[in-house]
Design a protein around this ligand. Structure first.
Ligand code: SF4
Length: 247
């Protein structure tokens, strides 16, 4: 992994866009985040920045309100999502729906997307080069969404958002703070299909998720070694080394 994977490097809403950022929306839409999001989605529909463009059915951009207080970020579209054009509409989506129900969250109230917008063949892990190629889209989405809470689903989204090399098992179900955001890493719902031992810990986080999404503040912030510090300091823009993954 490289510094390029620091999703917060240009997250500040007023930061000037980098050359690799998606094009700025027309002035008429500049004050309407939803219109800007729709503009970016249309522009990304023909994206060929990485090799996944050759095998995808369509770009799966994301769904939900803009802006959104709570944003869920997964890994990449699967077969059902690639066909349907929406994130988390397959088997993993059903598990996510159950988690949301337990946390008293309506899908319509959250924004859901992935770190990689196109399906990797055979649902393989996304390559670093693909994550880097797609990073600007997520970065731009977050600038418009202005979330207060990010829920990362799985190891790939967690390590991108928290810039950590720590394994997901040690982070899942704990709240971290970075760049003024509260971040809750959870197991990817799909992982619980293949490893039933992850199902109980995922659902055990529902009350915490409820408090984060519907409550009035941080229940418990848990900065740890290997996780980006809370403040957007210069050090925070330097990613921690990436280590082993366990999901
Ligand atoms: S995964 Fe992202 S960068 Fe790659 S082709 Fe799809 S939209 Fe473009």
């Amino acid at each position: 992994m490289s510094e390029q994977l620091n999703i917060f490097a240009q997250t500040a809403a007023d930061a000037a866009p980098a050359a690799s950022q998606p094009e700025e929306p027309p002035a008429a839409a500049a004050s309407d985040p939803a219109a800007q999001m729709a503009q970016m989605e249309r522009a990304a529909a023909d994206c060929t920045k990485c090799g996944l463009a050759r095998t995808r059915t369509q770009v799966v951009w994301g769904t939900g309100p803009v802006p959104a207080r709570v944003v869920f970020i997964g890994e990449a579209p699967g077969r059902r999502e690639d066909a349907g054009g929406e994130p988390f509409i397959g088997a993993a989506g059903k598990i996510l729906d159950e988690l949301l129900e337990r946390a008293h969250i309506r899908r319509a109230d959250i924004y859901i997307t992935n770190i990689v917008k196109c399906r990797p063949p055979e649902n393989r892990d996304p390559a670093d080069s693909e994550i880097v190629a797609c990073r600007d889209y997520l970065n731009a989405q977050l600038r418009l969404l202005r979330p207060r809470v990010i829920v990362t689903l799985g190891a790939f989204a967690t390590r991108l958002i928290l810039q950590t090399g720590a394994g997901i098992s040690g982070l899942q179900g704990r709240v971290f703070e970075t760049h003024g955001l509260q971040v809750l890493p959870l197991y990817h719902p799909a992982a619980t299909i293949y490893d039933s031992n992850k199902r109980d810990p995922l659902f055990a986080a529902a009350p915490l998720l409820d408090r984060l999404a519907n409550g009035d503040g941080a229940p418990c912030t848990t900065p740890t070694a290997g996780v980006a510090p809370a403040a957007p300091t210069a050090a925070a823009t330097q990613p921690a080394p990436v280590g082993q993954e366990d999901s």
